[in-house]
Design a protein around this ligand. Structure first.
Ligand code: SAM
Length: 275
């Protein structure tokens, strides 16, 4: 019998993958966690029924959430990741030659454990000498740190459960304060097709705190609609300009992608109020 795993991406749309095996299903203190094997995308991590990452397309999201800010900041030595308990964004951060330290603050230790158990290509980052893993609420952590980080990445779940406050203006203000005077923030900001109101909330919230705000896009096949947005807030440096290109060979990101990702379709410009 074929088993199919479905993420209900909208009340009227399901995204289904044929699955050969369920590796884990559990209720953590924060969310429902599942790891399944799919025929199309390899192993898939789901939280509260939503796809977080898969073996086959994780590189797009993880390179794009990390590399744009890391390469447009001239000296990204100390980097904070909030969320991202699978370790994929941390992997990109610690392999950047200019980074001395990557701190990851994840609320749910069970996500980290699932990654260690089933996604070694992501969890390898936890044992990197540049990495520090902290199990804590990112909201609380960020309030306790001032003027400390060059780059902050918010690799959060959708704005439900423990992640709701990660989309608030107060949180962006705390990020602003936790960054050094020329620091940069990059956050995942959902699908322009299905989550335009989230994009407006994120873009609006960040632009109220940061002098420079910009939006860029990437194609992530297993995320709702496949078209995904990221929002950057910068205190000083234009995020579209590359200043410290990492010489690592990557699978999605390169110099042309960095520049092209900021070229927005008209309907996306409209969402964020650009002409
Ligand atoms: N790339 C993914 C996406 O867009 O679907 C996000 C993946 S990552 C696994 C998201 C992580 O954010 C989850 O592991 C979740 O536990 C964590 N998270 C949610 N709220 C948090 C909070 N307040 N502090 C720290 N981590 C949080």
């Amino acid at each position: 019998m074929d088993l199919w795993v479905t993420e209900y991406q909208t009340p009227a749309l399901g995204f289904s993958c044929k699955s050969s095996e369920t590796l884990r299903i559990e209720k953590t203190p924060f969310q429902d966690l599942a790891v399944v094997v799919t025929e199309q995308f390899g192993k898939m991590l789901l939280l509260d029924g939503m796809v977080m990452t898969t073996d086959c397309d994780e590189f797009v999201y993880h390179e794009m959430i990390a590399m744009v800010a890391l390469n447009s900041h001239p000296d990204p030595r100390k980097v904070l990741i909030i969320g991202g308990g699978d370790g994929g964004a941390l992997r990109e951060v610690v392999r950047h030659p200019k980074v001395d330290k990557g701190v990851l603050v994840e609320i749910d230790a069970r996500v980290v454990q699932a990654s260690r158990d089933f996604f070694p290509q992501l969890a390898c980052s936890f044992s990197d000498p540049k990495a520090e893993l902290i199990i804590a609420d990112g909201i609380k952590y960020i309030k306790e740190h001032k003027n400390e980080f060059d780059v902050i990445l918010v690799d959060s779940t959708e704005p439900v459960g423990p992640a709701v406050a990660l989309f608030s203006p107060e949180f962006y203000q705390s990020c602003f304060e936790a960054l050094k005077e020329d620091g940069m923030l990059a956050v995942q900001s959902e699908s322009p097709f299905f989550n335009s109101e989230v994009i407006q909330m994120v873009y609006g919230g960040i632009s109220r705190c940061f002098p420079l705000t910009d939006l860029y896009l990437a194609n992530v096949p297993t995320y709702p609609s496949g078209l995904w947005s990221f929002t950057v807030g910068s205190k000083k440096f234009d995020p579209q300009t590359i200043r410290s290109l990492s010489n690592q060979p990557l699978k999605y990101y390169n110099e042309s992608i960095h520049k092209a990702a900021f070229n927005l379709p008209n309907f996306v410009k409209e969402i964020i109020g650009l002409d």
